[in-house]
Design a protein around this ligand. Structure first.
Ligand code: TXA
Ligand code: MG
Length: 323
């Protein structure tokens, strides 16, 4: 059921059931972060491997000490500046956070979502909500209640309807190693913006066998249609002549008879708008029974980095050109 009834959502959560809830980034599959049986349901529904830990959502930074300890000064500065908002901090965890939430790590990922319904719900609960994005493991994140329903119609009793997500891509994740900040996942706050506040930060290196943050797994956020990422659309169009092709473009359409559908993410060339529209456009393209999706590489600045990161992962595993 898709509903705006917060009370029903609250009742389900109190029974250790799971629900889908809107956030400003993407929809999440939420359950009581302190209850193992609720968390197991999340992993089962997503088909998510247990080595991939969840983000814990709290109602305000005043509750950060309930889930994390030994919090670095810079983390407090970031939380004060960005919460509620699309920044996730990876911090040392409090012992009562179940291992299943953190995949046995000594750290917990935590954020305050900036969405009225999510905050209203959290405010009525005396526990935080663990919530990964509400999609099957590896597929495109949902930015509307309809996307969630398309994935989990029969398995999920309650989807809280909170409209289209304002940001459209996941939160930026920052952790601390030797007290220095480190970026684990590009997200809806650009690295440039964060560096203005706290100075230079390192970027974690990808490692598939032991991902520090499995948002770093190389194939992830993928449509079911084979996807290519390129700087040279005409060249790819030539090599795929005769196929059903969909294009994902930054700011302008391409004139060519070879193309079935095209999605332009921001006609005004605004990278924030483009990020907001990215997943919706991928969901739409994926429904067209195409042979391939060809995505244009975005400018490597601001949220263009986040968009390229997601497109690169969508394209990974599809042999071919990803330059
Ligand atoms: O915007 C978002 O962050 C959305 C909304 C629902 O809040 N959530 C989301 O969750 O994207 P998920 O599960 O799809 O991605 C969480 C990421 C994963 O890449 C996971 O590996 C990383 O957070 N993560 C969680 N706990 C971690 C930890 N202790 N250390 C490092 N990375 C962690
Ligand atoms: Mg996800």
């Amino acid at each position: 059921m898709i509903t705006t009834d917060i009370d029903k959502a609250k009742q389900a959560l109190l029974l250790n059931d799971i629900i889908a809830m809107p956030t400003e980034t993407v929809y999440g599959l939420a359950g009581n972060a302190y209850n193992e049986s609720a968390i197991k349901k999340i992993f089962a529904l997503k088909g998510r491997p247990f080595y991939n830990p969840l983000i814990v959502h709290i109602k305000s930074s005043l509750f950060l000490n309930n889930v994390a300890r030994e919090i670095p000064e810079l983390a407090i500065k970031l939380a004060e500046h960005y919460w509620p908002g699309p920044l996730t901090l990876v911090l040392k965890k409090q012992p009562h956070i179940p291992d299943i939430v953190t995949s046995g790590k000594d750290t917990v990922a935590v954020r305050v979502p900036n969405h009225a319904l999510a905050l209203e719900l959290l405010n009525q609960l005396d526990f935080p909500l663990a919530a990964p994005s509400a999609n099957p493991f590896g597929s495109i994140s949902p930015t509307s209640a309809e996307h969630v329903s398309n994935y989990f119609k029969d398995e999920l009793d309650l989807i809280l309807e909170g409209g289209e997500c304002e940001r459209g891509v996941e939160s930026t994740i920052i952790g601390f190693e030797n007290n220095k900040p480190i970026l684990y996942r590009h997200g809806s706050i650009s690295i440039e913006e964060i560096e203005k506040l706290i100075g230079k930060i390192n970027i974690a290196v990808k490692n598939d066998s032991n991902p520090i943050s499995p948002g770093m797994l190389s194939r992830h956020y993928a449509p079911s249609t084979i996807t290519y990422l390129t700087n040279n659309i005409p060249e790819l169009l030539k090599s795929f002549q005769g196929r059903k092709i969909g294009l994902l473009l930054f700011n302008k359409e391409i004139t060519s008879k070879a193309i079935q559908v095209q999605e332009v993410l921001s006609k005004t060339g605004d990278l924030n708008d483009a990020a907001k529209n990215l997943y919706e456009a991928l969901h739409r393209l994926d429904k067209n029974n195409l042979d391939i999706i060809i995505a244009e590489r975005f400018p490597d600045e601001g949220l263009g980095k986040t968009i390229n990161d997601r497109l690169q992962r969508a394209a990974k595993g599809c042999k071919g050109i990803t330059h």
